[in-house]
Write a protein that binds this ligand. Structure first.
Ligand code: NAP
Ligand code: MG
Length: 501
């Protein structure tokens, strides 16, 4: 592990923030949990407790839902103009940008990701998402519709649709991009005029709590955004099942996604889900192989493989197989592991001990089924939750490591002979989140893209995200889309108004 460069200390404001007695945000006030309980969040680079946070449970969720309901129905929020809503969201983006360094440091400390990545990716993308969504506030429109009712001859109608907010929205987010996932959820919910209860992941609650302070500073009315940290089985489950919640939006594992659907059935709340993946990246022999190697490596190793869209099944055309395996393995070996705060670090620790054990368990299962590690294959160091970037060969489509989401820096490389063989194999998964294709043959690229059952297909690139591009899954990778104008469907109801004139 890298030790040469000095670790940058956190900014004083970050150290002070982390050391605080962290509360939860309900109805515009920072309050302790009803039970008085607190839970720890850890620094994954050391395994030490970073901070203790108020632990929300059913009673706190009840209070937050009541606050959100009141804000939705009686507060100043429903009376704001669309422009005023948009301006508040834009102001929030400005405030995050002004505090970019602080957010980047919080993400790095709590999640483990390299500080330099949080600075250029997580935080700027969250800012951009809020700005993009701020612009939509004034553009959420209905239609006027010519209708021709056969059983009322001669009567004329003016018929139109309105897009209205769904109401009180529960949002449950994961730990892999804590601030950005909060932005993906809050941005569209707020621009459409909903009120929110956000539950951050137990592993990474800190940036959401700091965001809560900026939400108040931006001037959002009390109760519009409530932030209740806590465990999934308690706070999360109470939110998903709550009869006073109109919609739940979830990002996380497919397993928990199914629990959310069941919990939501009680009052048939609307559900949107952004779940796991086992995305194929496909390298054709006619691609620019150096670029393909670099990008296919980044497709799996970015964020330590803890991306729902990670390119974890790398299919390589047989003619180029050895060269690509060798290139990806060399790239993996060069990746510098270390704490997120060390300037030379390119890959930090996994988020938690649980995630470390989970990834190591998958590696063992792969080896037991005959897979071979060209590089990596083990954890790294004795402190923190580090796993070596791993390239597995001798794998086949039936192995657990090829079928299941590992959510760590582990890629399985599989040879293929032609497109006809590739497409069904790439689609042979319960997931359908993303895919990547590298080839110089543009016709082939689009033909394959059309046949892949995935919500996003990247051609000659990977992990390209933009607030304007919809993202989400086919099959068991989810319901609905985040970002783009598509997400607004998830946060609005359509009302048809028909007037006899
Ligand atoms: P997870 O359990 O699905 O957690 C995601 C969110 O759901 C967290 O806020 C979690 O709370 C909450 N949650 C957990 N159980 C819940 C329940 N019964 N009702 C309501 N909410 C609940 O994911 P994880 O355990 O952190 O990670 C496990 C695996 O999920 C990973 O290895 C990976 O395969 C997948 N994952 C996918 C994504 C993605 O972006 N699609 C993100 C993270 C993880 P707590 O954290 O407080 O328990
Ligand atoms: Mg943590």
């Amino acid at each position: 592990m890298a030790t040469a460069l000095k670790v940058v200390p956190p900014e004083e404001s970050v150290t002070k923030f982390v050391a605080r007695k962290h509360k939860m945000l309900i109805n515009g006030k920072w309050v302790d949990s009803a039970s008085g309980k607190r839970f720890p969040t850890y620094n994954p680079a050391t395994g030490e407790v970073l901070a203790e946070v108020a632990e929300g449970d059913r009673e706190d969720i009840d209070r937050a839902v009541e606050a959100a309901r009141n804000a939705f129905e009686n507060g100043p929020w429903p009376r704001l103009t669309a422009s005023e809503r948009g301006r508040l969201i834009w102001k929030l983006a400005d405030l995050i940008e002004e505090n970019l360094e602080e957010f980047a440091e919080l993400e790095s400390l709590d999640n483990g990701k390299p500080l330099k990545i949080a600075r250029v990716a997580d935080v700027p993308m969250a800012v951009d998402l809020f700005r993009y969504m701020a612009g939509w506030a004034t553009k959420i429109e209905g239609n006027t519709i010519p209708i021709s009712v056969p059983y009322t001859p001669g009567v004329k109608y003016l018929a139109y649709t309105l897009r209205e907010p769904v109401g009180v929205v529960g949002q449950i987010i994961p730990w892999n991009f804590p601030l950005l996932m909060a932005a993906w959820k809050l941005g569209p919910a707020l621009t459409a005029g909903n009120t929110v209860i956000l539950k951050p992941a137990e592993q990474t609650p800190l940036s959401a709590l700091r965001l809560g302070e900026l939400i108040a500073e931006a001037g959002f009315p009390d109760g519009v955004v409530n932030i209740v940290p806590g465990y999934g089985e308690t706070a999360g489950a109470a939110l998903a099942a709550h009869p006073g919640v109109d919609k739940v939006a979830f990002t996380g594992s497919t397993e928990v996604g199914k629990l959310i659907v069941q919990a939501a059935a009680g009052n048939l709340k609307k559900v949107s889900l952004e779940l796991g993946g086992k995305s194929p990246s496909v390298v054709f022999a006619d691609s620019d192989l150096d670029t393909a190697i670099k990008e296919a490596s980044s497709a799996i190793f970015f964020n330590h493989g803890q991306c729902c869209c990670a390119g974890s099944r790398l299919f390589v055309e047989s003619k180029a197989f050895d060269k690509v395996v060798d290139g990806v393995a060399k790239t993996a070996e060069k990746i510098k592991l270390g704490p997120g705060f060390e300037p030379s670090t390119e890959m930090g620790p996994l988020v938690s001990k649980e995630q470390l054990d989970r990834v190591c368990g998958y590696l063992e299962s792969g080896f037991a089924e005959g897979a071979k590690a060209v590089t990596g294959g083990t954890k790294a160091g004795d402190r923190g939750y580090f796993v070596k970037p791993t390239v597995l060969v001798n794998t086949n489509d039936r192995m657990k490591v090829v079928r299941e989401e590992i959510f760590g820096p582990v890629v399985t490389v599989l040879p293929f002979n032609d497109t006809a063989e590739l497409v069904p194999r790439a689609n042979n998964t319960e997931y359908g989140l993303a895919a990547g294709i590298w080839t110089k043959d543009i016709r082939k690229a689009h033909q394959v893209a059309a046949q892949l059952r995935a919500g996003t297909v990247w051609i000659n690139c990977y992990n390209i995200f933009d607030a304007a591009l919809p993202f989400g899954g086919y099959k068991q990778s989810g319901w609905g889309r985040e970002m783009g104008h598509e997400v607004l469907e998830q946060y609005t109801e359509v009302k048809a108004v028909c007037t006899a004139i």
